[in-house]
Design a protein around this ligand. Structure first.
Ligand code: NAD
Length: 310
């Protein structure tokens, strides 16, 4: 039987962490690729040695040669610039669009049947770039943001309530930006709606901190987060590779759902062997709908801009 294969493009903070988590979870063979000489090779060698400490299935290799990615089942794209203090995700658009375009061309050449998970920012529009350049069936291209943003939401709720984070189902949708749409009405703690457990102003403070969760870390670290983003991407890859059909908020192609036609935006999606198996439609109230539409409109503006660049 063929070993499952995951390629991670970009061996920087997010990419190397994603490769390490996938390697230690034994999800399959892991190929880590970067353009910087020695970077992917060195980090992968270190990870291979970690496997001797905590053994798990699969090999891990690092390289600059895309041929090593041949026949990957999943490719996680993290290549590109990350935010520094004072930058918005949108400031990364021109550079990252070109980088992800060239990476996607290599994915098409080496792994025409792969499922692509984009992590590079600005997430929603870069996911569109990967979909357009690859020409893949839209169910096989998606972006990671909701997995991270809902984890941040859950983490802050757990801290405030003093409960186990695993008991929280944080529900959130929209684009990966300040206009993301956390959904307290659908968020539960061991099945109990969050709105029954916290006062409205306390929920609002957590929603606000979630929206600004990225910049909080950029300001502390001087660069963007990577442990939770990498974990989010691997969680999506695992759902696909193991065909779990788990529902994970992801940036996916909407074809009429939520009134969005022909665009990539963050919504709850069932992930499995075919990629996006289903978009889950929640009933939104007028306020949630307005927030979601504003978020989608922002993504649409950036897509119009990027279309002139690629
Ligand atoms: P990083 O600078 O640590 O790593 C990026 C790596 O990409 C570098 O090692 C660089 O050499 C490599 N690279 C550049 N061009 C390449 C190419 N053509 N092929 C292969 N590799 C190439 O950055 P990071 O912190 O790992 O972040 C990566 C991206 O992920 C950024 O765009 C960042 O904004 C984004 N990000 C997204 C989320 C999210 O929620 N979607 C969260 C965190 C970071």
């Amino acid at each position: 039987m063929k070993q499952t294969k995951i390629t991670v493009a970009g061996a920087g903070n997010v990419g190397a962490t994603a490769a390490f988590i996938a390697s230690e979870k034994g999800l399959g063979d892991v190929v880590l690729i970067d353009i910087v000489e020695g970077l992917a090779e060195g980090k992968a060698l270190d990870m291979a040695q970690a496997k001797a400490v905590y053994p798990a299935a699969g090999r891990v290799v690092g390289t600059r040669d895309w041929d090593a990615a041949t026949d990957s089942d999943v490719v996680i794209i993290t290549s590109g610039l990350a935010r520094k203090p004072g930058m918005s995700r949108d400031d990364l658009l021109a550079k990252n669009a070109q980088i992800v375009k060239s990476v996607t061309e290599q994915v098409v050449r080496t792994s025409p049947n792969a499922i692509i998970i984009v992590v590079s920012n600005p997430l929603d529009v870069i996911t569109y770039v990967a979909a357009k350049v690859s020409g893949f069936d839209k169910r096989r291209v998606m972006g990671m943001a909701g997995a991270l943003d809902s984890a941040r939401f859950a983490c802050f709720i757990a801290e405030a309530l003093g409960v186990h984070v695993g008991d929280i189902n944080g529900v959130l949708m929209g684009g990966h930006g300040d206009d993301m749409v956390p959904l307290p009405r659908y968020t539960t703690v061991a099945g109990v709606p969050l709105t029954e457990l916290m006062a409205a102003d306390q929920i609002e403070a957590i929603v606000d901190r979630t929206r600004k969760g990225g910049i909080e870390i950029v300001n502390l670290l001087g660069t963007s987060a990577y442990y939770a983003p990498a974990a989010g991407a691997v969680k999506m890859a695992e759902a696909i590779l193991k065909n779990t059909r788990q529902i994970i908020s992801s940036c996916v192609y909407c074809d009429g759902q939520y009134g969005i036609r022909g665009e990539f935006v963050g919504v709850p999606a069932m992930l499995g062997a075919g990629g996006v198996e289903k978009v889950i439609e929640l009933k939104l109230n007028a306020q949630e709908k307005a927030m979601f539409e504003a978020s989608a409109a922002h993504v649409r503006e950036l897509v119009a801009k990027v279309d002139t660049m690629i």
